[in-house]
Design a protein around this ligand. Sequence first.
Ligand code: NA7
Length: 547
Amino acid sequence: MSSEKTTQSNTVRRLDVVVVGAGFGGMYAVYKFNQMGLKIQGFEAGSNVGGVWFWNRYPGARVDLPSIDYSFGFSHEVEQEWTWSEQFAAQPELLQYINFVADRLDLRRHIQFNTRVTSAEWNEQRQVWVVKTDQGEVLEATYCVMATGPLSIPRDPDIPGIGSFKGELYRAARWPHQPVSYAGKRVGVIGTGSTGIQIIQEVGPQSGELFVFQRTPSFTMPMRNVKLEANYVAEVKRNYAGLREIARNSPAGGNRPASTRAFFSVTPEQRLSLMEDAWKQGGLAMLGTFADLMVNEEANEHVANFVRGKIGDVVKDPVTAEKLKPKGYPIFARRPCLDTSYYETFNLPTVHLVDCNEEEILEITPKGIRTKNREIELDMLILATGYDGLTGAMLAVDVKGRNGLKVSQKWAEGASSYLGLMMAGFPNLFMTTGPNGPAALANIIRISENDVDWIASAIEHMAKNKQTAMEPTSQAEEGWMTVVATLSKRSLLNKAKTWYLGANVKDKPQGLTMFVGGFPKYREYCGLATQDNYKANFKFEADAARV
Ligand code: NA7
């Protein structure tokens, strides 16, 4: 399929597939397409593999799904040769795992690091994607796979003066590779999402003083992390195939059984006992306690209140406890966080909660942070202020499809796609974990594997039928967007201001661009899309003379 082609005066490298990004999705894509005998080139902006786990080296970074689940299932060798040490692995171990996979499957030779793809443009006449990088390269590829991830474009807070700060300034998602010392320092953290919570509980006890700038408190539950015992790991290794099958058939793509029990179907005493059990069990057990938590607001409020009670039990100062209790949005509508000692951290005399609603941040100054009431002097400021989620990374690349249509134009009113995998008007362009798929609501590794397998099948189908271009029909895409919107209307996810809805980015179109129907249903739709030999939902071109 590949060749060297000369266009005008330049010799352009001609490939079958360009893969953008070397996180979990990109790595599996590179592996799979190489196995298929395709000529591939991966690009990665970082200096090594790992995606979010390469960048997010902040103190306390840790996965919030069990490591056993949060790992590749496509390679028997990898599953058998790698041994997880903890139930919820910390970032260094995750990065070691990702590097182990890259070494074991010899993936790095297909990936060019320290290289950002800047643009990708569909050439109608030649039926190729013309891809350009910040290293000045130009390539042509039949297929372009954007494995750029839902959380790869971090955003600074909209606070004036960040550049003026004279102390140490760190961004969670661009953490330095060298160790950082907090001892004796006055540290400020802005942001109390999953990232801020992990940082705060780690840095609080190590710093001289810690100031936590909180605008919206998150609900966080005990992680109850444990070291994994050798006999448990051996049992898992014997049963990996079965565990992956369970995960593929569970709504969140994990091994936790989904409840079918509605909250009000059991007595108040039983509910309390189930919630206490979930609290003791830790992890995301609470989310799986009742089936209707994300659709029944009253049920949700009972669980939220239970968790608020637990916060009050831990935090000694009642004023601080009250401020830490999330109110005004349903539990689990923001990403539920897991912690090891978050609320306990606020019992340290050196840790101070600054409520940004009462005491608004006005600016960042050379010395620290000026609020409505005072200037808080800081030696170090840590920004844990989130991401331009779901669409940010795709929009950071200048992608032009048919007739020069840019993705930014197509998505001006909100991200539209077919299954989060393809878009009408953008032939042979694929996304893994794209908007309008289940990303963020289910295990991203299971979704990535599903998506890459789906793309591989599409490529095989085209090769078999000697087709040069494939895209979903507008009707297929519109139909899918109706499914996404209809399901989303029922979901309480709409009731919190989060990155799920684009609420954290100024001028971003608002709306829940996620499939909330669960991972098995999503897989079912992915399968249905290709029935009938792809005829019902896709348009193809087959013009051998053009390539
Ligand atoms: P999140 O969950 O988007 O959290 C970002 C936090 O930063 C959140 O508490 C924001 O408050 C806060 N923030 C942002 N701008 C400001 C300003 N200007 N002032 C005060 N506070 C601010 O990002 P994370 O990185 O924690 O987590 C992202 C995902 O990673 C998570 O969902 C998991 O999937 C893993 P706000 O809520 O806007 O009031």
